[in-house]
Design a protein. Structure first.
Length: 340
């Protein structure tokens, strides 16, 4: 992806590749944002569209099958273009309908030619006319599990498991909550900054923050703009991380003298947190993705951590180094932690 592409074109490209072969889009998104010269609003739109179309993938597929009368046979790039536009039409209100349609048609024209562009135009025009019917399409399905799958965009096998443990009403409440856009939270590196220093620094920049009730090291940030411009992030004093991920470090509770193996460490949120919680522990961190391993290395350097040993996945396997689970009756030993 070149920096000259628009945010919507970039989303279409990534989503088209994801339709071919599933992969973690956060890595690709990070690479695109690093190279882009977009405005803050364009960056926000890129993330909203990319994560939104992935989050609603299953439901969008059902809608497209309905709108195309079951004849959804187009190349991946055109499929992606119409899906991204459909997400905009149904789930966003800040982009005019005509703009979403025109952009999708232009992209489809460039990627698939006039015939497929015409198909995209027809599908999206129908979607605009039948918007309310689409959003209530789930209610026309006879099977309750299919209804929930269509409404909330979850695989039926997963819903079947959850329904063995909770009622439909409780499950729908959970799925509605789980589909909400997450807020942005940051974790303090207590080795470099304390809570009051952080609060004073952020308030001078007129950024809204809120303490997290579950962990004093985490704060919710509102209306921060481009987070890359926050000097505290650049200098390693804070790290963008959800408090749910921070709970992993608290549960591991690293102790002095322990060795912790983090098998899926990149991009480094949990690894750096455990390192900061106990600088006298030793952490061996690896990841199967060499690209994500580079991100991990950058985050370790940014946070100025000296007790993390970075090892490639292949080198770790080749070393035949053995790790054992920490027995609860011993104060020292080895722990294995699989996390982000």
């Amino acid at each position: 992806m070149t920096p000259r592409k628009s945010s919507r074109e970039a989303v279409v490209e990534i989503y088209a590749n994801w339709l071919r072969v599933k992969f973690r889009v956060d890595v690709e998104a990070f690479g695109v944002l690093e190279k882009s010269e977009w405005t803050s609003s364009d960056r926000a739109l890129f993330l909203e569209l990319l994560y939104g179309v992935i989050r609603r993938h299953s439901t969008l597929e059902i809608f497209l099958q309905h709108l195309s009368n079951g004849r959804l046979k187009v190349q991946h790039a055109v499929h992606a273009a119409v899906s991204v536009a459909l997400y905009q039409l149904l789930y966003l209100d800040r982009i005019p309908d005509y703009a979403a349609v025109d952009t999708a048609v232009s992209i489809a024209q460039a990627l698939g030619g006039a015939k497929q562009a015409g198909w995209v135009n027809a599908i999206l025009r129908r979607a605009i006319r039948e918007k309310e019917q689409l959003l209530n399409l789930h209610s026309t399905l006879a099977d309750p599990v299919q209804q929930i799958a269509c409404k909330f965009s979850y695989p039926e096998w997963m819903l079947g498991r959850w329904l063995k443990r909770m009622s439909i009403d409780r499950l729908e409440t959970f799925l509605d909550w789980n589909n909400r856009r997450p807020g942005i939270s940051v974790r303090l590196n207590r080795r470099l900054i304390d809570a009051q220093q952080f609060i004073d620094h952020i308030r001078k920049q007129e950024i809204e923050i809120e303490k997290n009730p579950f962990d004093p090291d985490f704060f919710l940030i509102r209306h921060a703009g481009d987070l890359r411009k926050l000097v505290l992030i650049r200098d390693g004093a804070i790290t963008v991380q959800d408090v749910s991920q921070g709970l992993v470090g608290r549960l591991v509770n690293p102790q002095p003298g322990e060795t912790i193996l983090d098998l899926c460490a990149a991009p480094g949120g949990k690894t750096t947190h455990m390192s900061e919680l106990c600088p006298d522990s030793r952490i061996t961190a690896t990841d199967i993705s060499s690209r994500r391993l580079k991100q991990l290395d950058e985050n370790i350097s940014r946070c100025r951590l000296g007790n993390v040993k970075l090892v490639s996945y292949d080198d770790l396997l080749a070393s035949n180094q053995r790790f054992r689970a920490r027995a609860p009756e011993f104060s020292q030993g080895v722990r294995i932690c699989a996390g982000e």
